[in-house]
Design a protein around this ligand. Structure first.
Ligand SMILES: *[C@@H]1O[C@H](CO)[C@@H](O)[C@H](O)[C@H]1NC(C)=O
Ligand SMILES: *[C@@H]1O[C@H](CO)[C@@H](O)[C@H](O)[C@H]1NC(C)=O
Length: 426
């Protein structure tokens, strides 16, 4: 397939009788080796097969970037991070224990079928490691992501910049990106934050399912629950500033609404929600309310939609139409520049009918085309261009801090919870 950058002559516009003339002209130009501008068009009333084929074409023109996949945690649970016998390039649906797990949706074969160009892998460690060995476990999860990427190089390649994503896409390599899911992985230390950046981490989710000593998680928004901090503490605000300074993207999935608000106020760079959906359609505290979506639009950030049934319908069952409804709702409220994809595969156990695993992204695009609301440019923004813009902005803000010679923040977390694993006093 020559497809991505040149030689694309294929024009499908059912309403245009002269499509074949354009096709021939472009084909001749392509044959002559002339770079041809992409002219993809399709009618929303095209058959599903035509829309699916079109979606596949589209994803050869634009990198599909997914914000969140929990495979690394499954590798830890199932294989104790031993990759020796892990056959990532085979169909894991045929291999125990993956074949019988409701939490397994990812392998290299299906990622390629799904035209995934860049995947953020979650370096997630559970909240019960907070105040214990969270930092060590996080480093082990980063290590397993990097080793997996190395083992399947060149099909997989580690990416740590927006430029890396573009380059890998051109070379038809799948980018591995690393996100740390939960501020407890910092153990209250900006030094740990900086070091995570150095080993390749490019987003930090401020909390997982527990409060940190500096930020409330979304459990604070459960009926009858009280917030511990009411959002970000002063130290929490310093965490955001240091993230801006070093170029670490701020991820607001999992945090409380007040933490979202505080972070949106402090951050000089656009933020992401790496795997959240719309609260207006399902009132899970993991979803984002409309007024926050409007603030996200002002921040020029992006919300990468989660496919978990419990976040789409608030039930264990859902369909692809429910995912489309969330995407369309968020587009209506926050605008087409703020939508993206962060399915959450391998970290969810109820998936929508039609979006069963990482191979199904093209189907989602075929469905969106069928709604008649999405231009080719819009679809490209959803697929990856919005996230790429956010990533580039975070890099630009980092470079600005550097030009201004802003030194590293040296704030310390006031008083850590009592524990028995510190050998030094603050
Ligand atoms: C969601 O809405 C239902 C029905 O109004 C309510 O009972 C439930 O407590 C709400 N859940 C949350 C997390 O707000
Ligand atoms: C730390 O160890 C001491 C002495 O063994 C014990 O009394 C205390 O409860 C421990 N503290 C915590 C937070 O585990």
């Amino acid at each position: 397939m020559t497809g991505r950058n040149s030689g694309v002559w294929w024009v499908l516009d059912l309403s245009n009788r002269h499509w074949w003339i354009i096709g021939v002209v472009l084909l001749l130009a392509a044959a002559a080796g002339v770079g041809v501008p992409i002219a993809l068009k399709i009618s929303s009333s095209a058959s599903f097969e035509e829309r699916l084929e079109f979606a596949t074409r589209l994803l050869q023109e634009v990198p599909l970037i997914d914000g969140h996949n929990d495979l690394p945690w499954n590798i830890r649970k199932f294989l104790h991070n031993k990759l020796k016998n892990f056959k990532f390039n085979e169909d894991l649906r045929k291999m125990s224990p993956w074949s019988t797990s409701a939490w397994s949706h990812t392998d290299l074969v299906r990622l390629e079928q799904g035209h995934v160009a860049a995947q953020f892998w979650a370096a997630y460690v559970p909240c019960d490691s907070q105040y214990k060995d969270a930092v060590q476990l996080t480093l082990e999860q980063i290590d397993v992501i990097r080793r997996l990427t190395e083992q399947y190089h060149p099909r997989l390649t580690l990416c740590t910049s927006s430029e890396d994503i573009r380059g890998a896409y051109k070379r038809h390599q799948l980018c591995s990106l690393i996100g740390v899911e939960g501020g407890h992985s910092l153990a209250g230390s900006l030094a740990v934050l900086r070091t995570l950046y150095h080993v390749g981490v490019r987003y930090l989710t401020l909390t997982s399912t527990c409060n940190t000593p500096w930020a409330d998680c979304s459990l604070a928004d459960m009926p009858g629950k009280k917030a511990e901090h009411g959002g970000l503490t002063n130290f929490g605000k310093s965490v955001i500033k240091e993230m801006n300074r070093i170029g670490m993207i701020v991820d607001l999935s999992h945090v409380s609404v007040n933490t979202m608000k505080d972070a949106l106020e402090v951050s000089k760079a656009p933020v992401i929600f790496s795997h959240s959906s719309a609260h207006a359609l399902c009132n899970s505290t993991r979803n984002v309310p409309d007024d926050t979506l409007r603030k996200l639009a002002l921040n020029k950030g992006v919300i990468m939609i989660n496919f978990y049934s419990l976040f789409l319908t608030c039930k264990e069952t859902s369909t692809i139409a429910d995912a489309v409804a969330h995407i369309n709702h968020i587009r209506e409220v926050a605008g087409v520049d703020s939508v993206g994809l962060g399915a959450g595969y391998d970290g969810i156990n109820f998936v929508p009918q039609g979006l069963e695993d990482v191979s199904t992204y093209p189907t989602l695009f075929a469905e969106l085309i069928g709604t008649g609301k999405w231009s080719v440019d819009d679809l490209k923004k959803l697929a990856g261009m919005n996230f790429l813009r956010v990533f580039q902005e975070a890099e630009r803000v980092r470079d600005e801090f550097k030009r201004a010679n802003v030194p590293p923040y040296e704030d310390v977390m006031p008083k850590q919870k009592e524990n028995n694993c510190s050998s030094q006093s603050n």
